[in-house]
Design a protein around this ligand. Structure first.
Ligand code: 1HN
Length: 339
């Protein structure tokens, strides 16, 4: 009998050959040599013409998540928690602290008077602000004030802390590329030797794509361009220094879909995490219907066909993914109705 890793029990019984019964000595030698016969496994891949993602389409209703994250304030402080966050864990990726295979989102709460201590890490991050007004994030000591709809970036390895000097709770959606960075085995982390990084400027505009400015740009786009049949009017956040994505691993978008809009069926290879800013509607992903309203978050998996349907006022949707990474690797694809 084959010992150690038992070949008979190693995955997909249906497709493997019976050679291991005929040549048990050979298969045992392979195991000892840490060499594995591709012909026993390759059918799993050749039978698959396109990606089959474990990620499931899923929606988190803000009203539920909000109550749960607010309740955590009675249990621990932001400082005790390091970051007081509820991760949006995809039900297809249980216990992986991941929302898609490469991206993570979480609801972070900062109560009045709290400071989340200064640290830095190799994953890149951003904050998309949901609720509250006037708390700050400081990046390498540069403070920016956060308001709903603002998109604030924290690049890889930049020191950052958050503080709430207002008298109301602040809640935002964190986005990080850390499932991707963990896959690459590249997690680095450091705590700042002092509680807070010394301030270098009073307020920062370079970190923050304010909703005031992005919403205006969307209005201008709606006034001057044709509505795309798959996604309405869609903008990609870019880094003004090089006109590329805001950060090398994270692509982020803001789109306006007009009232009553129904998008044509569409799919793309980047799995996307959405956060609704304005409006109500639903998105049908494969056969799953996700009904959304302001501040709800949802996921569209890799290569899943989907259509958006907007109700009686314009809808604004924020979204992010690893699209820029896929493009750089020459792997990104999309499929529109006539492709
Ligand atoms: C982190 O540093 C923050 O700085 C939020 O607010 C979420 C998730 C994983 C690892 C580090 C933050 C995080 C995180």
């Amino acid at each position: 009998m084959v010992e150690k890793r038992n070949f008979a029990n190693r995955s997909h019984q249906a497709e493997k050959t019976d050679l291991w019964k005929e040549y048990p000595d050979y298969y045992r030698q392979l195991e000892d040599a840490h060499l594995w016969p591709l012909w026993e496994e390759i059918h799993k891949f050749t039978a698959r013409p396109s990606p089959r993602s474990k990620v499931l389409p899923y929606l988190w209703q803000y009203k539920d998540a909000r109550n749960l994250v607010l309740a955590s304030a009675d249990m621990l402080t932001a400082e005790e928690a390091e970051r007081r966050v509820l991760a949006l864990e995809n039900p297809g990726l249980e216990h992986r602290l991941a929302t898609t295979q490469t991206m993570y989102a979480g609801y972070q709460l900062l109560m009045p008077g709290e400071i989340a201590p200064t640290h830095r890490h190799s994953p890149a991050a951003f904050r998309f602000i949901l609720e509250g007004e006037g708390a700050y994030t400081a990046v390498n000591g540069e403070k920016t004030i956060m308001n709903p709809g603002d998109f604030v970036v924290t690049p890889s390895w930049a020191w950052h802390d958050h503080g709430n000097e207002t008298d109301i709770p602040m809640i935002w959606l964190d986005g990080l590329d850390w499932p991707l960075v963990n896959q690459l085995g590249l997690w680095f982390f450091e705590i700042y030797p002092e509680f807070q990084h010394p301030p270098i400027k009073n307020s920062g505009s370079t970190l923050n794509y304010t909703y005031k400015s992005t919403r205006t740009s969307l209005d201008e786009m709606q006034g001057s361009q044709k509505c795309d049949s798959c996604y309405g009017f869609k903008m990609r956040y870019t880094n003004p220094a090089n006109n590329e994505d805001v950060m090398p691993t994270i692509s982020a978008f803001l789109q306006l879909m007009p009232e009553g809009f129904s998008s044509e069926p569409y799919r793309q290879t980047d799995a996307c995490i959405y956060s609704v800013v304005e409006g109500h509607g639903c998105t049908i992903v494969n056969d799953v219907k996700l009904e959304w309203g302001p501040k709800d978050a949802f996921v569209i998996p890799t290569w899943a066909k989907h259509q958006h349907f907007v109700e009686s006022s314009d809808a604004i949707l924020f979204s992010f993914s690893d699209r820029g990474v896929q493009e750089k690797l020459g792997l990104w694809r999309e499929q529109r109705p006539n492709d």
